[in-house]
Design a binder for this molecule. Structure first.
Ligand code: GDR
Length: 339
């Protein structure tokens, strides 16, 4: 069978790096598109550098996307690039619209013009549900985004349906709920908590890594967080990239909700992380108004029944194992830095 080529747009992010490893294990030729400001040797894909092809481009630059598709003739494209922080999306509202929203449309346009038989995976998000009236959410739950990020993702999601129907393109959308890993960016909640618990366990009471406000994430032995009552469905990113691939192997393009179906609060996350290293989270976590969002997303939890029945996908990693993996990774990382 002919070797397939996959283009991963946003390969240097958490999901891109796991997906690249997964596709290599499936014998794909993997091409990664990334921003030229990213330093490959210190990126999340440094260990894959001699196994993949790297090209530089930007979702803001239609020419770079078209040229990449023309040169590599991919069978599958995974669009994972975005301004991916809902919390930052008020401050970066226009950039979020341009990259996360219209950027995805540029990919659909480029495929339409250059290689219309190429299958596209679009990373949609549970943030499109905003304040959902139904809990849990499935593919029929109405969308009601509450931040610029959710609105931009919804634009990209709607355009995927329109391009699919109007031009007969194969565009599958995964509505992914929160997915985390040791490769998560430091300003996302789970990594902030994992890093904080690891520092305090190792006796570091003022950390070198800084939070969204430019202050040490651990300051005088405590970490400052926003809304401790927020509820989320947290899964492992490594499990979720397999669902992306499965969507593109299905006979027809569809939309699939991907999540664990388990709901936890920020407090429960803190408890799990600190308890795992023998600490009481209540002594080390403080609520700080500065991290509260202008509008908080409602209770998002996935009903992934369709993905299970149509694709055969289910999450494999438990919440406890995910948190343990992240805290242990941070402990090892900090110890290495100390040596
Ligand atoms: P989210 O992820 O916005 O859900 O988007 P994040 O980890 O930033 O927030 C999760 C929840 O934790 C609450 N929270 C805090 N969040 C951050 N970052 N920092 C804090 O100090 C803090 N305190 C409480 C937040 O209010 C929120 O409720 C992620 C991203 O990966 C998106 O790209 C993706 O689409 C969605 O998940 C599904």
């Amino acid at each position: 069978m002919k070797q397939k080529t996959a283009l991963i747009i946003g390969i240097a992010g958490q999901d891109g790096s796991y997906l690249a490893e997964f596709l290599l294990s499936k014998n794909y030729r993997v091409v990664g598109l990334m921003l030229n400001s990213i330093v490959l040797s210190s990126s999340l894909i440094a260990h894959l550098a001699n196994k993949i092809a790297i090209t530089y481009g930007d979702l803001l630059d239609m020419g770079s996307i078209m040229e990449t598709i023309r040169s590599y003739q991919p069978d599958e494209i995974y669009n994972l690039a975005a301004q991916s922080s809902p919390g930052d999306s008020w401050r970066l509202a226009i950039e979020t619209a341009e990259i996360t929203g219209v950027g995805a449309q540029r990919v659909y346009e480029a495929v339409r013009c250059v290689k219309p038989d190429c299958r596209i995976y679009q990373a949609s998000s549970s943030e499109m549900f905003g304040t959902p009236t139904m809990v849990p959410q499935n593919e029929h739950t109405p969308f009601e985004p509450v931040n610029p990020y959710g609105a931009a993702k919804l634009y990209a999601h709607s355009m995927a349906q329109i391009y699919s129907k109007s031009y007969n393109l194969f565009i599958a959308c995964g509505i992914l709920f929160n997915h985390e890993s040791p490769r998560r960016g430091i300003n996302f909640l789970t990594q902030k908590v994992a890093y904080g618990a690891a520092c305090i366990k190792l006796g570091i009471l003022n950390s070198p890594d800084l939070n969204e406000q430019g202050e040490p994430i651990v300051k005088n032995g405590t970490i400052a967080l926003g809304n401790l009552d927020a509820k989320r469905d947290w899964g492992f990113a490594g499990d979720y990239v397999e669902a992306m691939w499965m969507m593109l192997q299905h006979k027809t393009p569809g939309t699939y909700v991907i999540g664990t179906g388990e709901i936890r609060t920020v407090r429960q996350l803190c408890e799990e992380a600190f308890h795992g290293v023998g600490l009481d989270w209540k002594k080390h976590v403080v609520a700080d108004q500065r991290f509260i969002r202008l509008t908080e997303t409602g209770t998002t939890v996935a009903d992934a029944t369709k993905a299970k029945s149509e694709l055969g996908w289910s999450p494999r990693t438990s919440f406890a194992d995910l948190v343990k993996m992240m805290v242990e990774h941070q402990i090892n990382r900090i110890k290495k830095q100390q040596n």
